[in-house]
Design a protein around this ligand. Structure first.
Ligand code: AMP
Length: 213
């Protein structure tokens, strides 16, 4: 299974990606997670990406494309992968198409998680992320057992710089202007499946599996 998950920030891509990657036994490749790991490790890539990310803007394509192409050469991606947060614009979608042609492989599906913007703002402003494992929780809708502590690994929960209200508005604009056009790109290729991303997490997972069958 070679799959792309697309949807606005806060649609639950990360949560569904973890579930779908386990279900199909494929690696979950999140460009956002790779950037955050580099920021944590204070690498040159992390230093470069940080200013774009903190403002809610896209990291330049040259950097992101090279990073993604390199990730796809790892052996775990040989028989399938799930891309979460990539491609983020038509240029990246075209770049990915070229990479896949070079490897003589093709995508199986692009799954869009569809959600109204009001719902996104509610979700993102209360989202907390684990510094250690990256798992998300929510201060109202998905409270951790102990405030500030990750249920998954005991790590510290924090609010991502780009989940702050003023940055969320910019991320939504970036999504509408730059990322949404890739939906038509993949619809034209006959790869697009759309599911409603509002509701119970496990129900959404069930819809995702049904859409991909
Ligand atoms: P995410 O975790 O997917 O919400 O990504 C967080 C941030 O990382 C984004 O707001 C961008 O600044 C950056 N980022 C992640 N993926 C990409 C991408 N494919 N192209 C450019 N920037 C990206």
């Amino acid at each position: 299974m070679r799959l792309i998950l697309v949807g606005p920030p806060g649609a639950g891509k990360g949560t569904q990606a973890v579930f779908l990657a386990a279900h199909f036994a494929i690696p979950h490749i999140s460009t956002g997670d790779i950037f955050r790991l580099n920021i944590k490790g204070e690498t040159d890539l992390g230093k470069l990406a940080k200013s774009y990310m903190d403002a809610g803007n896209l990291v330049p394509d040259s950097v992101t494309n090279a990073m993604l192409e390199d990730r796809l050469t790892h052996t775990d991606a040989e028989n399938g992968f799930l891309l979460d947060g990539y491609p983020r614009n038509v240029g990246q979608a075209e770049f990915l198409a070229d990479v896949l042609v070079k490897k003589s492989i093709a995508l199986d599906a692009v799954l869009e998680l569809s959600i109204p913007h009001e719902e996104i703002i509610k979700r993102l402003s209360g989202r907390r992320t684990c510094r250690n494992c990256g798992a998300s929780s929510h201060v109202i809708f998905d409270k951790p057992n102990v405030e500030g502590v990750c249920d998954n690994c005991g790590g510290e929960l924090y609010q991502r710089e780009d989940d702050k209200e003023e940055v969320v508005a910019n991320r939504l604009n970036v999504y509408t202007e730059q990322t949404e056009p890739i939906i038509a790109f993949y619809r034209n290729l006959g790869l697009l499946k759309v599911i409603n991303a509002v509701g119970d997490v496990s129900e959404i997972s069930t819809h995702a599996i049904a859409a991909l069958k």
